[in-house]
Design a binder for this molecule. Structure first.
Ligand code: R5P
Length: 313
């Protein structure tokens, strides 16, 4: 007996969940989330899940703690409703930057979140562009780790004029691998910025490695949050002679001063995929790229027991 494929969503990114369901040709499953007067959440499925192959879509965007607890409760409720298999689909995995003990007396929160998701009962995880690959290793259950690189490469490739004399830029050392992979795909050179983080919202640039003079700079990073990294990189590139600066991200979190910084900064356009809902005020400089079809294809392959990695080769 084939297990029915069912897709449900938490509250964090309903438009993406609907897009994924539409691409799969299945209805988005019915569930309810409420908040009690004492701030505790209540989750309930409005249809049977018995023997189903359940995919629960939830990005861990702000308010992160609410969305995480809602995801845990949805996994738990699905398991106790006799689902055959539960996959946590987490387009944006929060806490991923807390992936090592690089200071005394701190929590490796990315691992703690992985422990919670598994303790709730997830049988597998599907996610995209983790801040660092080691987060993948915090899970004992299978993880399918998608990359937004094909979507970002296609986006840049449609702007042929931008690619004529362009360079891909990693805005910090942690992004060099990502930038180099995109640069190979687009047959472009790379440059990188030696970034130093001063605080949660402020960064400074200590130097630039590579030649950007007279070129179009294409910054690529896993996420834009407060846009401190982005604007510092854009300023450094402009000071070093870049003639135009574009940027593309997997995750557009856009918190705090992000939109102001982007609007006032020396950057022509910022593109990010829709792993996070866009709740910030609209800006003509900001563009959204869709990863709905990619997630739908990955879910279909997981459901059918087919290779997901071959999506990228
Ligand atoms: C940091 O290592 C990440 O790759 C991003 O550069 C960072 O998360 C961006 O944060 P923000 O936009 O607040 O500078």
């Amino acid at each position: 007996m084939e297990r029915p494929l069912m897709v449900f969503s938490g509250q964090s990114n309903l438009p993406l969940a609907q897009e994924i369901a539409d691409n799969l040709g299945v209805p988005l499953g019915k569930s309810t989330t409420e908040r009690f007067a004492n701030d505790c959440l209540f989750v309930r499925y409005e249809q049977s899940l018995r023997e189903g192959d359940i995919f629960i879509i939830q990005s861990l965007t702000p308010p992160v703690q609410d969305h995480l607890v809602e995801l845990l409760m949805m996994i738990d409720a699905a398991k106790s409703s006799s689902a055959a298999r539960v996959t946590a689909v987490i387009p944006y995995y929060a806490y991923a930057r807390s992936d090592k003990k690089d200071a005394p007396r701190i929590s490796i929160a990315a691992r703690l979140v992985a422990d919670l998701i598994q303790a709730a009962g997830a049988d597998r995880v599907l996610t995209m562009t983790l801040h660092s690959a080691q987060v993948h290793g915090f899970f004992k259950v299978p993880v399918d780790h998608l990359s937004a690189e094909p979507v970002i490469a296609n986006y840049f490739a449609t702007q042929v004029d931008r690619l004529e004399n362009a360079v891909v830029v990693a805005p910090d050392a942690g992004d060099i691998k990502r930038a180099s992979s995109l640069a190979r795909r687009l047959a472009l050179p790379i440059a990188f910025i030696d970034k130093q983080r001063l605080s949660d919202t402020e960064v400074t640039s200590r130097g630039l490695v590579g030649d950007v003079r007279g070129k179009t700079a294409l910054i690529v990073d896993d996420e834009v949050s407060t846009a401190g990294t982005l604007i510092q990189a854009a300023e450094s590139l402009t000071q070093n002679g870049a003639q135009a600066v574009y940027a593309a991200f997997t995750h557009g979190v856009y918190v705090g001063p992000a939109i102001d910084r982007i609007e006032k900064g020396p950057i022509v356009e910022v593109a990010a995929t829709n792993t996070c809902t866009y709740n910030a005020r609209p800006s003509p400089k900001i563009k959204q790229l869709s990863v709905g079809p990619l997630f739908a294809e990955a879910i279909w392959r997981i459901h059918r027991g087919e290779s997901v990695s071959s999506l990228f080769t």
